[in-house]
Design a protein around this ligand. Sequence first.
Ligand SMILES: [Zn+2]
Length: 709
Amino acid sequence: MFRSYPPVLCLIALNVLQAAGLGGVVAFGQTAPPAAPPGVIPAQVPVTPGLRVFDASLVDTTVDPCDNFYRFSCNGWFKRNPLPADQVAYGRFTELFEVNRLHLKQILEAAAAPAAAGSANPNPRSANEQKIGDEYASCMDTATVNKLGLTPLQPELDRIAAIKTAAELPALLAHLHSIGVNAFFGMGSSQDFDDSSSVISFYNSGGLGLPERDYYTRTDAKSEEQRQQYVAHVRTMFTLAGEAEAQAAKDAATVLAIETRLAKASLTITEQRDPQNLNHPTDVASFSKELTHFSLGDYVAAAHAPAAGKVNDTEPKFFAEFNSLLGDTPIKQIKVYLRWHLLHAYSATSLPESFDHENWNFYAHILNGAERQQERWKRCTSRVDLELGEALGQVYVAKYFPPEEKQRTLEMTLAIEQAMEKDIAALDWMSAATKAMAKDKLHAVMNKIGYPDKWRDYTTLRIVRGDALGNGMRAHQFEVARDLAKIGKPVDKGEWQMTPPTVNAYYDPQMNNVNFPAGYLQPPFFSGKEDDAANYGDMGSTIGHELTHGFDDQGRQFDKDGNLKNWWTKDDELNFNDRADCMVKQYDAIEAVPGVHLNGKLTLGENLADLGGLWLAWLAWLDKAEAAHLDMNAKTDGYTPEQRFWIAYAQQWCTQTRPEQLRSQAQGDPHAPDEYRTNTVLTDLPEFAKSFSCKQTAAMVAPKPCRVW
Ligand SMILES: [Zn+2]
C-alpha cells in the first residue's frame, strides 16, 4: 500500500489493525452524493453504553494519587474490564470502538438483508446500501470463500508466473500496487513539501512483511526469534498455496533475504519522522536515470500516473538499493517475493480460513499476544469501514451523530485555540518575531469535526455479492485511482484521512487542519450531560493535543500554509530544541518492558502534544470556570473541580495491554504506552501536584519538570 507523508494519528497505536489480524492491505473507501436517508435501514435509538467521562467509581482510593495517579484513577476500571482473549490491548478507546462496531454491524446486517431475502423485496436498497451490504455479506460468507479456495487469486498468481525477464517487472508491479500488494515500494499522491498547494507523486520505501525495518536489523534474542517465526509463517503460507515443504522453506528464506536488503536501505521510523529526511524533489526523467534496472516510464504508464513532472523520491538510498537488487537478483527469486506479498495482501478474510488463521497466528498472536481470533463479523465490519468508509460512515452519522455534538466540539476547539494564543503570548523563551508567526499559523488552522461536508462518490466501484476477493481488489483499484487522480489538481482541504466512525483524531501538517471523527465525540471522552471539568480534562486535552501537533518537532517545520519552510529565528529554534531534549531524555529513561526502553526521539511529537494539549485544556477550562464563578472548593463525588479535571484526563487512558503488544508498541509506536501518557505527563505539571497537595518528593512530581508549550 502506498504511504504518503502521514498525518499524525493521535490516540491509538498504528498497529491495531495488524494486531487485530486484518493484516495485509485494505483501501480506504467512500460513497455517493448528498444525504438521501437510507431506505432499508430502520431508524433506531442510539445505544447508551453507560460510559462516563469522569467516573468516581473507577477510582482506587487505596492508591496514593501522588504515588501512581494512573493506578489511582484506573484500578476500578481494570477490575471491571479483564483483557478480552481476542484483544491485544483493551482500554477506553477500544471500549468505545466496540460499541461503535456493534452499531456498524446493525447497519451492515440491515443493508445486507434484502438481497438475502430475495429479489422480491419491496424496499430497494440505495446504491450505497447495496455496496456496503453486499461487501459485508461477501466477507461473512466463509462457505463460498472456502469453496473457491485460491481460484479467484489464480489470474494474479499466473500473471506473476508469466513474466520471463526483469523488463516485464515495471508493468507487473504497477498492477500489483493497484490491487494493494505492498511489493518493493509505494507510489501515491501527496502535497509537495515545498509547495503545499501542489499535489505530486511520492515514491516511498516499502516492501516489508514485518512491521518495520528494525525487525530485520535488531540482534537481540527475541528479535532473532521473531525473524525465525516470520520465516516459518511465510513458509506455511507457501505450503497452503500448494508448494512442497522443501521448496516453501527455500522460498521463505528468499523472501527474508530480499526484505532484509530493502529494510537495511530504508530510513528508521525515527528518521522518517523528520520531513527534511523525506524531501528529495526530482522529476520523472532524472529519477528514471537513477533506476538503471527498472523502467520508470513503463511503471508510470501502467500505473496511469503522469509521465513527466515533479516527483518526490522520499528515500534515495532505498531506491538505489532497490535498483541494485533488481540488477543482481534472478527473476525467479523476484517472483517468489511477489508471490508472497500477493498471498499476504489477501490472506485476511478474502482467502480460505486456513490462510486467514495463519495470518492471524503470526501477526496478532505471535507478534502481539492475542489469544483468540476476533469473530468474523468484527473483522468484516472493519473491512467495510476501510474499503467503503464514507458509504458506511454516511449512514452511521445520520443515525448516531446529532448535529449539536458538532457545535459543542467546535465551541470547545475555539476555546482551546484562544488559550493557545494566550499561552504563546506568555512564553518566556520565544521572540516576538517567532510568536507572530506562530499566531498566524494558529489562526490558519482549519477545524474539521465529525464527517466530510462532501461525501466520496463510490459510483464506479463495483461490489459483487459472493466475490470477497474480487471486491477487495476492486476497492483497492478504486482507491489507488482516486488517489492518483489528485496529482496536478487543486488540493481538496475537505478530504478526510479517517472514516466517520473512527475512535481517533489527527492533525495534518500539510493541510494545517485538526480532524475529529464523529466516532470519537461521545462518552467516555465527551458528554453533553457532564460538566466542563470532565469534558475539558478528557476531550479538551485531545483537542489541545492535536493543535500542539502543529507546533511539535515535526509540525513546527511547516508554515501556516503547510509548506516545509522554517519560520523560526535561530535562537528560538535552539530554545525549542533544548526544551524538547528534556522530554527526549525523560522518555528514553523509561523501561517499558524488561530490556526495552521507550524511544524518546520517536515519541517526541506525541509526548509534546500530550503535555502541551493538557496544559492548553487546563488554561481554557480555568478561564471558563472563572467566567462561570465556579466554586473551586465544592466537591462532587468527593473531588474538587480541579481534581476531577485531572482524573478525567487519566481515565481516558485506562488500558490493559498484553506484554507482547507492549513490546511492539515500545519499539515501534510513536505513542508512549498509556500509563506514561498519564503519569509522565502529569509529573511535568506542578498544577497537578498542587491540586492533590503532593509533596515535592512524591513519585508524581518530576524533580526537573520538562515544558515546551
Ligand atoms: Zn498525536
